[in-house]
Design a protein around this ligand. Structure first.
Ligand code: AMP
Length: 278
């Protein structure tokens, strides 16, 4: 794969890369379409990365509908699909890991120890194999985006990182491969996450600056939903994930909930310029 990609680059092709874990949906496809606009050759990887799942998480049951994924990628006219096995990526003596400290220790990192070390390591390896000019990631995984941007800067990867907006169902629920675990009734309950974030956003746009009050607005929308347990609702700087004392500038509302045993994450970015302020 590396030889193929380096060969393409020698011919002057600009490679745009979309790494995924498969079970593709419109969110992934929006990244592919963005990549198409950014490069001449679009490379998509499908790899369910074992090192980012902790023991007891859903690695074994993570959906792997490969034939359907391939059909979607053919429809999107993707140039190359990189479909490595775990042993292609991790040799038996693999013992080198990338750890983006601080950003990896909070939110998802606190709830899923080792998760971001696994993500950073596999993304670093994929960037070294595919050698893209640009790699496209989704805002849906807001903490992951912040971590990857830091890693690329800290380790001087030559790739440009582009972030694409979150694609949602009509209910507002962010599209996710894990939504396949749910039936219609569960999907409808899951939409409380989006309602909660929008309630928080509305309060912030109306002029509320206290992060605790903004968080409470989201909580009161999400918490009463049956089967839902909130892990966190955090109002943070979306770029470096630092705590905000006041919501005056751009703010990220980050949410993680458990719904009937499935962990769902989402976030939106609130922009103060839209406030109805004097
Ligand atoms: P995954 O297959 O879940 O690892 O996701 C692969 C890429 O697709 C990541 O950059 C995700 O952030 C992105 N992605 C997942 N869901 C969405 C969505 N609903 N909208 C936009 N991007 C998404």
């Amino acid at each position: 794969m590396q030889a193929i990609c380096l060969g393409l680059k020698r011919k002057g092709r600009k490679i745009a890369f979309v790494p995924t874990m498969g079970a593709l949906h419109e969110g992934h496809l929006s990244l592919v379409r963005r990549a198409r606009k950014l490069g001449d050759t679009v490379v998509v990887s499908v790899f369910v990365n074992p090192t980012q799942f902790a023991p007891g998480e859903d690695f074994a049951r993570y959906p792997r509908p490969l034939s359907a994924d391939k059909r979607l990628l053919v429809t999107e006219k993707v140039d190359l699909l990189f479909l490595p096995t775990a042993s292609d990526i991790y040799s038996t003596d693999h013992s080198t890991f990338v750890d983006v400290e601080e950003i990896s220790s909070i939110l998802e990192g606190a709830a899923r120890p080792g998760h971001f070390r696994g993500v950073a390591t596999v993304v670093a390896k994929l960037l070294n194999v595919v050698c893209p000019d640009v790699a496209v990631f989704g805002q849906k995984d807001g903490q992951q985006v912040a971590m990857i941007k830091s890693m690329v800067r800290h380790l001087n990867f030559p790739a440009r990182i582009v972030v694409a907006p979150t694609v949602r169902e009509r209910s507002g629920l962010a599209m996710s491969s894990r939504n396949r675990y749910f039936n219609q009734e569960q999907l409808s309950r899951a939409s409380c996450i989006h309602r909660g974030m929008r309630a928080a956003e509305a309060l912030a746009i109306a002029g509320e600056e206290d992060p605790a009050k903004i968080e409470a607005a989201a909580r009161s929308e999400i918490e009463p939903t049956p089967g839902v347990r909130i892990d966190y609702i955090a109002i943070l700087d979306p770029d470096d994930l630092r705590t905000l004392d006041r919501v005056e500038g751009k703010a990220g509302i980050f949410v993680a909930v458990w719904l009937d045993g499935v962990r769902l994450i989402d976030n939106i970015i609130v922009r103060p310029s839209r406030r109805g302020r004097k």
